[in-house]
Design a protein around this ligand. Structure first.
Ligand SMILES: [Zn+2]
Length: 415
């Protein structure tokens, strides 16, 4: 591919440094060769030069919690109604739209398998570079058990969509974790509390015993991977910390005591505020049940408090959108929502540097530094003044580069 030079950009490199005007970046093949501001040194001849017109250059964004396989607003409905092939084909659209929103990388917290990751890496489909958990491990009646309370047949394994596997007891959890790891997942996801989308549980319950969680963690760590847990309840968060779970997804019913415990254990929090706001607003219109919307409002109510507890106690905070079905095109609002609690720069860093750490790709991703993969998003406007600009990604994201390859460039179309 040779060299590409991005010049005349205000660079927010997301290392924590202040923005630097008049910045430039030299890209060689897939990686960043050099970054600077002011005058450039001798530049490689025959390079492609892109004038960033003073706009703000950020590292490629990372969504720390997506469900590429969620194509309908209701997970329970889609898993009942849609064929495997339909789920896969429709997931590809979600995957591309995630990249269109500036997320050059995404962590799929349940649903798609390693084949999706491979398809992006090999260039078969446009989309965010993926870190995947494959099928989520859930206990009977847990957040990944999609049966209605009225249904008494054994749980069915769904290979696509929001895929989950219902397994109880240490041996079954061990086998299921090993099976997902065998299939090439990047981490193992467990359901450690009730959730909004599941028909048989409440947010403030805890799911899986300490022994079952420890087993999942042991197996994941044996393979050099980690466990992420869907968890709202305080009791669940405490059990996860004791078991060695690495990331708590959601975490809304956290108390200060469990925030302290997370800090002690080095557990990350991945807040997912976007999905509460969107479902609370659109859930009824999209046909979601009253019960679903009731539980989402309960989560929304505590979303800012739990994030504030985590920040006050020094917990490392990432960022995820967790949006479902047609709401998936609003991924950018997560930064704005988190920014209200943590400030704009911290929200940007959560979405880039910290999320890169969470997916264990900090050597390659998350900041604009020499040696890293050339993932960038160029933004019209100042995100430190208005994090809301990511919502209108069609107009406000003028350049998206992933691994040195230009996915979008509308810089020439007016200023
Ligand atoms: Zn989720």
């Amino acid at each position: 591919m040779g060299h590409t030079i991005l010049k005349n950009a205000t660079i927010i490199d997301c290392t924590g440094a202040d923005p630097k005007p008049n910045g430039w970046v030299v890209i060689q093949d897939q990686r960043i060769k050099e970054v600077g501001h002011g005058r450039t040194g001798a530049l490689p001849a025959q390079a492609t030069v892109i004038d960033c017109q003073g706009q703000t250059l950020l590292p490629g964004l990372i969504d720390g919690h997506v469900h590429t396989g969620s194509v309908d607003p209701s997970i329970v409905e889609q898993q009942h109604r849609l064929r495997t092939s339909t789920l896969v084909i429709r997931s590809l659209k979600v995957l591309k739209e995630t990249l269109d929103q500036g997320f050059t990388t995404a962590r799929d917290c349940g649903g798609v398998d390693a084949g999706f990751r491979q398809a992006v890496d090999e260039g078969w489909v446009p989309g965010s570079r993926l870190s995947v958990s494959g099928a989520i491990l859930s206990q009977t009646g847990g957040h990944g058990d999609w049966r209605l309370p009225s249904e008494t047949y054994a749980p069915i394994y769904h290979p696509a969509g929001v895929s989950s596997t219902v397994v109880d007891g240490v041996d079954a959890v061990r086998r299921a974790a090993r099976e997902q790891l065998r299939q090439g997942v990047d981490f193992v996801k467990i359901m450690a509390s009730g959730g909004a989308a599941s028909p048989s549980d409440e947010l403030d319950t805890s799911q899986y015993s300490l022994e079952e969680m420890k087993t999942a963690v042991f197996e994941a760590e044996s393979a050099g991977k980690y466990v992420a847990a869907h968890c709202y309840s305080d009791r669940g968060i405490k059990l996860c910390c004791q078991a060695g779970v690495r990331t708590i997804e959601h975490g809304n019913l956290m108390t200060e005591a469990s925030a302290k415990l997370m800090k002690e254990c080095g557990t990350y929090l991945v807040p997912t505020m976007a999905t509460y706001v969107m479902i609370s607003k659109l859930g009824k219109e999209l046909g979601l049940s009253d019960d679903f919307v009731r539980k989402i409002n309960q989560a929304l109510d505590k979303a800012e408090t739990s994030l504030a507890y985590a920040l006050a106690h020094g917990v490392k905070v990432g960022s995820g959108s967790d949006l479902l079905g047609p709401m998936q095109t609003s991924k950018g609002i997560e930064m704005e929502l988190q920014g209200r609690v943590m400030g704009p720069m911290a929200a940007l860093i959560a979405t880039t540097r910290t999320n890169a750490e969470i997916i264990q790709r900090e050597k390659d991703l998350g900041t604009i530094e020499a040696g890293k993969l050339a993932d960038f998003v160029l933004v019209k406007g100042d995100p430190l003044k208005d994090l809301g600009l990511f919502k209108n990604y069609h107009d406000n994201l003028t350049l998206i580069i992933q691994g040195g390859k230009v996915h979008k460039n509308i810089l020439s179309q007016g200023r």
